[in-house]
Structure formats: C-alpha cells, structure tokens
Design a protein around this ligand. Structure first.
Ligand SMILES: Cc1ncc(COP(=O)(O)O)c(C=O)c1O
Length: 395
C-alpha cells in the first residue's frame, strides 16, 4: 500500500507545471526534476571526462534501469532490453518470429499504426495473413471472438494487442487475452506504450510474452528511449532481425553467438543519459505507487470527461468500460488541429490524434481526427476546470 499522493509536492517537483497546463501526457509527460537532473548530470560528466569513461562511472545507474523496469513489470532484469522507443522495441521482437506463408497474425481493432505497418510488411514479404479480431460494442477486443479465432485455425503465430490505444481512454482486457493465448499456446505481444506508468503492469498476470513501452509518456522519462520485455522461455527461440557486436559475439570467421539475455535485441550505441533517466523515472513512479497513480489519473480524466460533456457541440469519444487517463473529443465549431493550436497559445498542451494512427478504429467510427487531452497525477482539478473554461471560450 502506497501513501496517498501529495499533489503539491508532485507539482513542486515538476518544473514544467509553472509554465504550462500540460494535458499531453500521452504524447510526452512533463518529467519530474530528478529525471531531468540525472540526465543533465550525466551529460556534464560526458563533456568533462569523456563519453566512454562517463558510461563506466555510470554503470550502476544504467544497470538500475533494467532492474527498475523489471520491477515495474514484475519481470527479471535479464528479460529486459533498453532500446530507442516503443516501436523499435515491438519490432525487434515481432520481426524475430519466423513467419511463413499462411501463418496468422491476430490483432485488435485499435492497433497502433507503427505496429500494424510491421504486420503489413511481414504479410507482404512472407504471405502471412493478418486477421483483425472483432471488438465488443464498447470498442474493447472481443474475448469470445479471439477464442473462436484461435480455435478455428492452428496457424496463429502471434496475437498482438494494444493495451491502451493511442486514440482514446479504453483499456483492453489484456489479462483475458493473455489467458486465451496461454491456453492456445500462442505468444502474446502486448503494446503497453500508453499503459506503462499510468497503471500497474504484471507480466505474469497479463500472461504476455513480449511487452513494449516507451519512457516519455506516462512514465515521465526522457524522449528517445524505450524498452522491451521478452519472456525468458521465448528468448532462445527469437533471432533478432538485426545483430551487432553487443547483441552477439563474433566467435569464428563464419560464426556468431547471440547473447543469452534480452539485450540481444539492443544495439551497442545508445543514449546513456536517457537510459539513466529511464531508470530514475521508473523508480519515481514506483515510489509513488502505480495504483495511486492509476486512481488519481482516472479521477481527473473522469472529471474532464464530465466537464467536456457539458460544453455545447463537444463530443467525448472515449470508449470502453474501464477508462484511463486519455480523453478524446471533437467539437462542431472547430477542427482538432485548430483547437490544439489555439490552446497552445494559452499555454495549454494537448495533441491531435488522426485516422492514420489507428486507421481500423477511426474508420469504423467515421472519425478523421480528435483532440487528445491526457492527464497525469501532477495535474489538478483546478486545471481540469480551467481547461473546460478556456475551451468553452475558444469554441
Ligand atoms: C499505443 C502506442 N503504441 C506505440 C507507440 C509508439 O511509441 P514510440 O513513439 O515510443 O515508438 C505509441 C505512440 O504514441 C502508442 O500510442
């Protein structure tokens, strides 16, 4: 049980709170001061003593990044790779599966574009087939449809699921998907890019074999760094799509040996300051408690949806029984990009989510774009009220 969140303390530790009303946490959250300072410290050290020498000195902080992410996911540190972002994390695992003609890739309707593009490319190259599992009326993946699909054909090689879509507040029932996959003996690839940092994640409970996420969103870490979890029992069976001298050792003229751990999916050169920042960010979230964060962001998001619903001409577009920190809406009076730009002029940050990010879902709902306002635990009820007031004036 973690202590209740002290919001004034959280804000005091978040330099950006003084300058902006930041509802773009699903884009990139405001980092807390310890994350920023750890990175700056390392960048200074690199300039002062040299990049390689600084990395040697920072080895414990870098190692902590793996241990912290493992703690976050309830995994083991040797099951974690630190890479550039969530997309690269997902791809390093996905492209490692040896797909053949007729193999099936099952996916949900809310798959993120970058993941789906990888499915399309692999399908085009290999003749594998993509099958989209139907959704329930509330937009979440249908578990009966998934089970029926798994039972119908034994050539399913992976099931991919976006836990929290980029374009809305729904939370997919990942635990039930994991259960169905385990029963069918099919690897389960979970995109936790938007769920990591805003709710507890436990790879045993989720039953996922691969999980990808990024630091900059709800984890409040640096940009340009993300991570991959691969279950130990699957590691040996996955040959990374690229290898370098960090992922493998060149043991003879015509031979190489892959690393035994998940770092076989990494490459040698990376942003050390960002890796350190990732570890500090995860530790910061763990110290606050992911349950406390989850409850706070859900309370704020609910308030925001309720406030938006009272504004004439505004439609809240979030679906799903269980809703999280992402709030999406559109307005009759103005298009989403205009709203975003006008809000930015008032030091209010939101983003726009478009059909090209989640085409299947957006098309089925006839949507082109929406405003995405995503809250974090350092946001306040007062900010929610101000946001609705400013939006009302704008519209
Ligand atoms: C659901 C989801 N998956 C994956 C990604 C990709 O993350 P990254 O930009 O770190 O590659 C995003 C980014 O918005 C996302 O929303």
């Amino acid at each position: 049980v973690s202590p209740p969140l002290d919001v004034s303390q959280l804000r005091a530790e978040t330099p950006g709170c003084e300058r902006v009303l930041h509802f773009n946490n699903a884009g990139a959250a405001l980092p807390p001061a310890p994350v920023l300072e750890a990175q700056l410290r390392h960048l200074r050290l690199e300039a002062e003593i040299g990049g390689y020498e600084a990395a040697d000195r920072a080895a414990p902080a870098c190692e902590r990044a793996y241990a912290a992410v493992a703690e976050l996911l309830r995994a083991q540190p040797d099951e974690i790779a630190v890479v550039e972002n969530a997309t690269r994390a997902f791809d390093m695992a996905f492209y490692a599966f040896p797909f053949r003609e007729g193999d099936r890739i099952l996916a949900s309707e809310v798959e993120y574009a970058s993941n789906y593009l990888a499915f399309l490319q692999v399908a085009r190259r290999t003749g594998a087939l993509i099958e989209v599992v139907a959704s329930e009326d509330d937009g979440t993946i249908s578990i009966p449809a998934l089970r029926a699909s798994l039972a119908r054909d034994d050539r399913t090689r992976v099931v991919a699921l976006t836990h929290v879509p980029t374009n809305g507040g729904l939370v997919n029932p990942a635990v039930q998907v994991g259960k169905a996959c385990r029963e069918a003996g099919v690897p389960f690839l979970l995109d936790a890019c938007q769920s990591a940092g805003q709710m507890p994640l436990d790879v045993e409970e989720l039953g996922c074999d691969v999980l990808s996420a990024t630091a900059r969103k709800f984890l409040r870490g640096p940009r340009g760094v993300g991570f991959l979890y691969v279950r130990r029992s699957l590691l040996d069976r996955l040959e990374p799509p690229f290898v370098d001298l960090h992922a493998a050792t060149w043991t003879a003229r015509d031979r190489y040996e892959l690393r035994p751990d998940a770092r076989r999916f990494e490459n040698w050169e990376g942003n050390v300051a960002a890796k350190i920042g990732l570890g500090v960010a995860v530790d910061y979230g763990l110290r606050l408690g992911l349950l406390a964060i989850r409850d706070r962001v859900r309370t704020l998001a609910k308030l925001l949806r309720e406030g938006l619903a009272t504004l004439p001409g505004v439609t809240v577009r979030d679906r799903g029984g269980e809703k999280c920190a992402i709030v999406t809406f559109d307005a009759k009076a103005r298009r989403a990009p205009e709203i975003r730009d006008a809000l930015r002029g008032r030091s209010i940050n939101v983003s726009v989510t478009t059909v090209t990010s989640t085409r299947l879902d957006m098309e089925s709902r006839g949507l082109e774009d929406m405003v995405r306002a995503s809250v974090h635990c350092y946001n306040t009820e007062e900010e929610v009220k101000r946001f609705c007031r400013e939006l009302a004036t704008l519209l």
